[in-house]
Write a protein that binds this ligand. Structure first.
Ligand code: ATP
Length: 674
């Protein structure tokens, strides 16, 4: 169970998801809609479990995070402040032949030979043009070449006019037939087009692809004219996908904003434009002050939210991995800037001090939360990375299936101090030079400085800072040199932010000074650490990791392949299945009903009395149900009083069965599924 699953093909997983009702295409009866997915009965339960576990661990199990449930459509200024209106775009390119759209930055570079065509002429025009000059030419190479060209054009034109193979027709007769049909002698088009093929010897393929392109430009039986050919290395300018468009030229990249637009109210005008949120985080920033007041929290504290997000992805792919509608689970954890921590505690704890996060035990063995005194952004960031990885482990994704990827300085957003992506090794992930799966992003954990709150302060004109009594008291006691040093550091960071955000120099200098002066009054804008996870990607990871096949004996004892979804009992959609051994024995059915009612208020239970018991087990194995309870004749006490009111409890993974008293079932199962 510990090793990442790599060999199961995605097809098997996708087909199981559909067959068993985990996930299927949205609007399937109309052919589906690209990038949108529905969760069936099992998928919906799985999703609820994941969200509930996240919510519990983020808010209910800790005292310093409050929850929020904000709207999907917000004031459009929110997206101006966050930068989404101006910069939330991906570069897109289109294949000139198939019109298929790609994200320019995701195209695999290709090498080979590029055939550049400069224009094309219809075969009919080529024949009549040649006919006019051919007689005036003396015999020789030029005439030979022209005759060769005519032959080729004749063949193309015969195909286009569907002339039977054995019918003899003179070239100019073909041209006549063409004129009759299309009312013209043929035309030419000056439009360049290039094709990348593997080598020089693929010229025929290059020409075929170009021909298709010119046909789309409404030329009939076109003959593309080659301008030049040249070798290229690592080009991203050509369609990379196998199939008819392979090698066709792509358009230059254009920026495409990923936000879905709509109008609020009955009038479809500029001023009524609104957006479906592309992330849940911004509502948290916009409501920061309100939540702070009503929850009576103090920095450091967090606000979290689970909800739908929408991105008009250029190329949705890999099943639900990149969808256009998805859910996010986001936490914004607000912390004191390092200068404030330094002022209060006289030091800033290093990230190294977070190295051992095991809950410490006190004398009476009660675990305590770590001592976070003096933690600066580095320590908090490290803490959240570790917390999140532990959470994944806790719901059944071992550390060995995850990758902790620290973004390189050049990859970071300009306001981010550090970002760690938690990747999962999906079966479709790329492999590195050693053949190891490199993984795809499940969650990003970013130290975002005070950028977001500062932006909303500037755009809304409402203060986003906090008052911190401890800072005010501590500041008053600092010596002058320390005050000056901390003032300067805070001032410079604010000035950098303001200048980068385009605030005019004089204004920026004034604001930065006022912000730094605020420290003495106990005021500052909190910094933030943001763990931002995708629910759908996580579900896909759980499904990929759970999928397994093994051998188990069938009814007659012959080994057969068993598909098992090895979900951790905490996330499993159904926790326990109840089976009366035979459905035509009312005593068994009644007893099974009693067991079902005993467990149902506490967990998801599935009752199944149809078919042989072995087949019923298999169905639940595929659904990922970790426990099966069978009520048989022993339960009724038919084989002796000692087994009366006991049932068989079957473990999905080991297939082991044990006898358990009905009275012990509930506590035993609760311990395993919680
Ligand atoms: P990517 O680089 O893969 O597009 P991102 O870095 O833009 O992702 P974030 O903006 O950091 O993603 O969003 C946080 C999380 O939301 C991601 O880690 C991912 O789990 C989820 N997410 C983002 N885009 C999508 C999508 N199109 N479909 C499903 N989940 C998504």
């Amino acid at each position: 169970m510990a090793e990442p699953r790599t060999n199961e093909s995605m097809e098997k997983i996708v087909s199981l998801c559909k067959r068993r009702g985990f996930i299927f295409q949205s609007s399937e009866i109309y052919g589906g809609i690209n990038g949108f997915w529905d969760y069936g009965p099992l998928g919906a339960e799985l999703k609820r479990n994941v969200k509930e576990l996240w919510w519990r661990s983020m808010t209910q199990d800790r005292g310093d995070v409050a929850g929020l449930e904000a709207t999907i459509i917000m004031h459009p200024k929110v997206w101006e402040a966050s930068g989404h209106t101006s910069t939330f775009s991906d570069p897109m390119v289109d294949c000139l032949l198939t019109k298929k759209r790609f994200r320019a930055d995701q195209i695999e570079p290709q090498s080979g030979v590029v055939f550049h065509f400069c224009d094309a002429v219809e075969a009919a025009a080529a024949i009549s043009n040649a006919n006019e000059t051919i007689h005036s030419l003396p015999d020789g190479e030029q005439k030979e070449a022209l005759l060769g060209g005519v032959q080729k054009a004749v063949q193309l034109l015969r195909n286009a006019l569907k002339v039977p193979r054995d019918k003899v027709v003179q070239p100019m007769e073909l041209v006549g037939a063409f004129i009759n049909k299309y009312g013209r002698r043929g035309r030419s088009l000056e439009r360049s087009f290039s094709v990348l093929v593997a080598s020089e010897t693929d010229s025929a393929r290059a020409e075929r692809v170009a021909q298709q392109f010119y046909e789309q430009q409404e030329l009939i039986a076109p003959i593309p004219r080659l301008a030049k050919r040249e070798p290229v290395k690592n080009s991203k300018g050509f369609n990379p996908e196998e199939g008819p468009g392979k090698g066709a030229e792509l358009t230059p990249p254009r920026l495409f904003n990923l936000m879905f637009k709509t109008y609020v109210g009955p009038v479809e005008s500029e001023e009524n434009i609104a957006y479906l949120r592309p992330e849940t985080a911004q509502a948290i920033f916009a409501q920061f002050k309100t939540v702070l007041e009503v929850s009576r929290q103090k920095v450091p504290f967090g606000i979290c939210q689970i909800g739908k997000a929408f991105r008009n992805e250029i190329n949705p792919r890999n099943f639900t991995f990149r969808s256009r509608e998805f859910e996010q689970m986001e936490l914004e954890f607000f912390i004191r800037p390092d200068e404030v921590v330094q002022a209060i505690y006289g030091r800033v704890a290093s990230a190294g001090e977070v190295a051992n996060l095991e809950p410490r035990t006190t004398n009476n063995q009660q675990p305590t939360t770590p001592d976070t005194t003096a933690w600066g952004w580095e320590a908090w960031h490290k803490y959240w990375v570790e917390q999140r990885i532990r959470w994944y482990e806790n719901i059944g994704l071992p550390r060995s299936t995850l990758v902790e990827y620290w973004q390189q300085p050049e990859e970071l957003a300009h306001y981010a101090r550090a970002t760690v992506d938690i990747l999962f090794k999906f079966p479709f992930s790329k492999r590195d030079d050693q053949g190891e799966l490199t993984g795809e992003e499940l969650e990003g954990i970013a130290a975002r400085s005070d950028f977001d709150l500062s932006q909303h302060q500037r755009f809304s004109g409402k203060p986003m800072g906090v008052f911190d009594e401890e800072l005010k008291v501590a500041w008053a006691k600092l010596d002058e040199t320390t005050k000056k040093d901390l003032w300067r550091r805070y001032h410079d960071a604010r000035l950098k932010y303001l200048t980068k955000s385009g605030v005019p120099a004089e204004q920026a200098a004034r604001d930065a000074t006022a912000d730094a002066d605020g420290l003495a009054k106990g005021q500052y804008i909190p910094h933030v650490i943001e763990p931002s996870a995708g629910v759908d990607r996580l579900l896909l990871a759980l499904i990929c990791h759970a999928y397994s096949e093994d051998q188990a004996p069938d009814e007659k004892g012959k080994p057969e392949t068993r598909v098992v979804m090895r979900f951790h009992p905490r996330v499993a959609p159904i926790k326990v299945a109840i089976f009366p051994l035979l459905k035509n024995r009312p005593e068994l059915v009644r007893k099974a009903g009693e067991v079902r009612e005993l467990l149902r208020p506490h967990m998801t239970v599935f009752y199944d009395e149809v078919g042989a018991i072995g087949r019923r087990y298999r169905r639940q194995d595929e659904a990922g149900t970790p426990f099966g309870v069978t009520i048989d004749f022993d339960t009724l006490g038919e084989k002796g009083p000692e087994l009366k009111d006991t049932v068989t409890l079957r473990d999905r993974d080991s297939m082991k069965q044990e006898r358990v008293r009905i009275g012990d079932l509930l506590p035993l199962l609760l311990e395993k599924v919680r």
